[in-house]
Design a protein around this ligand. Structure first.
Ligand SMILES: C=C(O[C@@H]1C=C(C(=O)O)C=C[C@H]1O)C(=O)O
Length: 347
């Protein structure tokens, strides 16, 4: 029933989203009844917001049929081996903007900037149901989704990063940064990664302070995300009674995990140098004003839109990495190559 509905909506070009939260065994689908593009409002639904924070959309509950399905983890999909082929031109142009960023950091007040690029694959013939099943199967600990709207296009992703989760006046978030390929055994971190992750933690702490009755911040630890490992700090914030969650989102987003620090300078560097529109990559996405797993009102469960792709005539895979004074341009390029594997494995 569920996957027939997905296929039907996909064939008819009607708006829908299917998603699965980390560690859940069920997936939720919101199948929109009209073809309208709804702007995000103070109503329950599934939302997505762009990097620039000036495009905010939703599939509202009131205009949707909602379906739930148990995910069958019995089918084992073979994980394809890594495809680390890359384009020399893409490598040299990315390394050039990373070098420019390092120079800017060394000569001014910019501390960190997250630079990204798009990998374009000549492929658009997606088997929607198979893609979803691979996303669910390969990344049980991620927020996995496919989202389609006829006015915006088709998106998919497997995000390892919570933006915010709010329930009963408590907000949970994470500071996630620093990347290396995952391996068994002890994972150690270099000062560069430790510093870039600390910038994120510090920024989130300062941004949440005005809204917080109490803030609890964990020690940093290693978090596995597909074939990668990151440094993560968990942050819990007891909110004052009358705070607006939308204001908190506007204050936090984009964090230095996807933009940089100071925010204005980093954003300006990105807009002037990246040379393409990030659109919904490194924005946020997820449940707005309702938990559709438990049907609890006034809950928010949003994720940073990372390890994602947009599919139109081709597949556009978005990948980025944090640049600080200690970055090595070639290493940063290979980090983006490793990050692109997350989506490539599902294609
Ligand atoms: C920017 C991305 O990831 C972010 C950047 C990281 C880094 O710089 O090490 C790590 C995790 C994410 O917060 C991405 O996946 O495109």
């Amino acid at each position: 029933m569920f996957f027939e509905k997905v296929q039907e909506y996909f064939n008819l070009n009607k708006p829908f989203v299917v998603y699965k939260k980390p560690h859940e065994s069920k997936a939720i689908g919101l199948f929109q009844k009209s073809k309208k593009l709804h702007t995000l409002a103070d109503v329950a639904g599934f939302c997505w917001v762009n990097f620039n924070n000036d495009k905010k959309y939703c599939i509202p509950e009131t205009d949707s049929d909602i379906y739930v399905t148990q995910i069958n983890q019995d089918t084992l999909y073979v994980t394809p081996s890594a495809n680390l082929v890359y384009d020399e031109k893409a490598k040299s142009s990315f390394e050039a903007i990373v070098s420019k960023a390092i120079d800017t950091i060394n000569t001014g007040t910019l501390e960190k900037v997250v630079l990204s690029r798009k990998e374009i694959l000549d492929k658009n013939d997606i088997d929607i149901v198979l893609t979803l099943q691979k996303l669910f199967s390969f990344y049980p600990d991620a927020f996995t989704y496919v989202l389609y709207h006829p006015e915006l296009g088709f998106f998919m992703g497997a995000s390892p990063e919570q933006f915010i989760k709010v329930e009963h006046n408590t907000l949970h978030t994470v500071a996630l940064a620093g990347t290396q390929t995952y391996h068994d055994g002890i994972i150690t971190w270099q000062p560069k990664e430790v510093q870039e992750q600390q910038i994120v933690t510090q920024y989130i702490e300062n941004s949440l302070k005005p809204y917080a009755k109490q803030l609890n911040i964990s020690k940093p630890f290693t978090q596995k995300a597909g074939n990668l490992a990151h440094i993560k700090t968990q942050i819990e914030c007891l909110l004052h009674q009358e705070v607006s969650i939308e204001n908190i989102c506007d204050t936090l987003h984009p964090t230095p995990a996807v933009c940089g620090f100071p925010k204005d300078k980093a954003k300006q560097f990105i807009l002037e140098n990246e040379g393409y529109d990030r659109a919904f990559y490194s924005g946020y996405i997820g449940e707005w004003k309702k938990n559709f797993y438990t049907y609890t009102e006034n809950c928010y469960d949003l994720y940073v839109n990372l390890r994602c792709a947009k599919i139109d005539e081709a597949t556009h895979i978005y990948v980025g990495c944090g640049i600080t004074k200690d970055s090595n341009p070639e290493k940063e390029f290979f980090e983006t190559i490793h990050k692109s594997q997350t989506i490539k494995k599902c294609m």
